[in-house]
Design a protein around this ligand. Structure first.
Ligand SMILES: *[C@@H]1O[C@H](CO)[C@@H](O)[C@H](O)[C@H]1NC(C)=O
Ligand SMILES: *[C@@H]1O[C@H](CO)[C@@H](O)[C@H](O)[C@H]1NC(C)=O
Ligand SMILES: *[C@@H]1O[C@H](CO)[C@@H](O)[C@H](O)[C@H]1NC(C)=O
Length: 322
């Protein structure tokens, strides 16, 4: 098995402004497990780590030294599972994360990556390539798009092979699987994680609510410590049970293998967008939110970002024509 190391890129720390951030994000950090058609030799970047790639490799590969902070105290991979055609949502989610203040995250490094299966349409090979060149935040797995037929297994199990390995340092402390209708508050997340174990940790909104054991963490977004990700990549149990409702299956892997014993239920700090009557996983916005889910349209994103004062610093008058 080839070992590939990707320079980590901070979307959260390295810069003081979104523009500088863009530059840093445009470095590299794409996982390619697919073989592309010959007209777009993007696949050549899987083979070489940081060395400059030969002809026809895209220019962003290995172009600039990584400006990430020297030693983050916490490293998180936040994988947003989405589909290639969701261009508009992806750019909104990307902006929402780019705008989270590095100062709120402290020394934590959070790499936000959009996780896709195989590109299948001609235009995707160009349009997704543009995003890769500008932002370097897309991972393409070797799978056919699906929600419950193993994409989540594919995501976790491919990470050690593609990211890990170089020396014995783990590439991330924690890995998150989430979707493009969930918004994490990265500062609150990092602050919480600083107090928690780095091993055998399985964190999220527990389903059914308020159970003290077993169950699983809601698919809105859950987090595993790196040791669990490594375990998944070699586990026969996980491989056999990759199909099925993805969040439930991850719970099954953990429960049957007796793993994820550090189980943290983030209720009520992770919840569904407040519409309809409150219940145990849906309620009004709260300041110490870790994640809000079911952001299915632009208005819900807008209301959520508004609550968290994301655009607060821009005077409303700046939005007027005169
Ligand atoms: C991708 O998946 C297909 C089908 O599962 C498999 O035949 C192929 O060998 C895989 N390719 C790589 C590069 O792993
Ligand atoms: C993904 O695409 C590559 C290249 O077209 C192909 O070899 C591979 O089998 C595909 N994988 C799946 C799971 O469809
Ligand atoms: C947003 O800003 C208002 C006014 O400054 C403040 O009262 C409120 O607590 C802030 N909300 C959050 C979630 O920080």
């Amino acid at each position: 098995m080839e070992k590939i190391s990707f320079p980590a890129i901070s979307v959260s720390r390295a810069a003081t402004g979104a523009f500088v951030l863009l530059l840093t994000v445009s470095l590299i950090a794409v996982i390619f497990l697919v073989v592309y058609p010959n007209d777009l030799r993007l696949q050549s970047i899987v083979t070489g780590g940081c060395e400059p790639r030969p002809l026809r490799a895209p220019r962003f590969v290995g172009a600039v030294a990584s400006p990430s902070p020297p030693s983050p105290d916490l490293r998180i991979l936040l994988g947003v599972l989405t589909v290639p055609d969701a261009y508009e949502r992806r750019s909104l989610v990307r902006r929402a994360y780019l705008l989270q203040q590095p100062s709120l995250i402290g020394k934590a490094l959070v790499d936000v990556r959009f996780v896709l299966c195989n590109l299948t349409k001609e235009e995707q090979r160009v349009l997704v390539a543009m995003e890769i060149m500008l932002y370097g935040d897309i991972m393409i797995l070797n799978c056919t798009e699906n929600v419950n037929d193993g994409k989540t297994y594919n995501y976790f199990s491919s990470l050690p092979r593609t990211l890990g390995g170089a020396d014995d340092r783990r590439p991330y402390d924690y890995v998150i699987k989430t979707d493009d209708d969930t918004y994490y508050r990265l500062g609150n997340l990092a602050e919480t994680l600083r107090t928690l174990p780095r091993e055998d940790l399985y964190l999220g909104l527990r389903v059914p609510c308020h159970r003290t054991e077993e169950g699983f963490m809601s698919g809105m977004g859950y987090l595993l410590s790196w040791d669990l990700v490594e375990w998944i990549s070699t586990s026969e149990l996980a491989r056999r049970k990759m199909m099925g409702p993805e969040d439930i299956m991850v719970g099954v892997w953990m429960n049957e293998a007796g793993r994820g014993r550090n189980r943290i239920d983030t209720n009520p700090r992770m919840y569904d967008y407040p519409e309809g009557p409150d219940n145990c996983f849906r309620h009004a916005f709260i300041p110490d939110t870790i994640a809000v889910h079911k952001l299915k349209d632009n208005m819900k994103w807008a209301k959520t970002l508004q609550y968290f004062n994301v655009t607060h610093n821009l005077e409303t008058s700046d939005l007027s024509p005169y």
